[in-house]
Design a protein around this ligand. Sequence first.
Ligand SMILES: CC(C)(COP(=O)(O)OP(=O)(O)OC[C@H]1O[C@@H](n2cnc3c(N)ncnc32)[C@H](O)[C@@H]1OP(=O)(O)O)[C@@H](O)C(=O)NCCC(=O)NCCS
Length: 183
Amino acid sequence: MVADGPSAVCNPGPIALTIEPLDWPENADAVVAFLSAHEWPYHGVPNLTPDDAAAVRVAGGAIASFWIRDDDEVIGLVRLLDLDDVDDGSPRFDLRIATMHRGRGVGRFAVQWLTDHLFRIYDSVHRIEATTRSDNMAMQAVFARSGYRQEGRFVEAWKSADGTWLDTLVYAILRHEFVSAQA
Ligand SMILES: CC(C)(COP(=O)(O)OP(=O)(O)OC[C@H]1O[C@@H](n2cnc3c(N)ncnc32)[C@H](O)[C@@H]1OP(=O)(O)O)[C@@H](O)C(=O)NCCC(=O)NCCS
C-alpha cells in the first residue's frame, strides 16, 4: 500500500503502521535512543554508542527523515539522502527497522512508501538509487519486491565491522519504471 503524501498507513498483518516526518531538533533524543537501541549488522558500525548515533545526520541540507510507528512505538527510521540531487541526480535512502519488527513486511512497506513519496513530492526526480551489502539478503529481497533493479556490483568495496571486505550492490528505479508498475 502506498501513500499520497508525507504520511502513510499500512496493515502488514494485524497491526497498523504509520509513517510520519521526524521533527528536528525536537526528536534528537529519540533518534539517539532508537539508533543506539538496536544492532545494525549490515551498516559500517553495527552497534552505535549514543555519541555515534548523535552523529548520524537525519535533517538539514539534503536530508529528510521519517519515523515508522506501530501505534505509539517507533519501529523504524527512513532517511532520504542527497535530496539536492532531485533535479539532476539520484536521491538515495537509508532504512532501519527495529530488531524485533524485522521480517514482517515493514521494510517492504517502507521502500514502497518512500519510492512513491520521492516520485510524487519531487516532480523532477528521474531516478532513485540505493546500495546494500552483498550479505544483506533481506534488503535484496525488499528491493526485488519493490521494483528496484540491481545495476551494479562493486567487488569488495564494503569493509564490514569484522574487517572483511564484502561486495556493494547498487540498485535503482526509474520514474517510468515506477509509473509502469503502478498501471
Ligand atoms: C533490511 C530491512 C530494512 C528489511 O526490512 P524487513 O522489514 O526486515 O523486511 P520485510 O519483512 O519487508 O521482508 C521483505 C522480504 O525480505 C525477506 N526477508 C526478510 N528477512 C530476511 C532474511 N533475514 N533473509 C532473507 N530474506 C529475508 C522476506 O521474506 C521478504 O521477502 P518476500 O517478500 O519475498 O516474502 C530490515 O531487516 C532492517 O532494518 N535490517 C537492518 C538494517 C538494514 O540492513 N538496513 C538496510 C541497509 S541498506
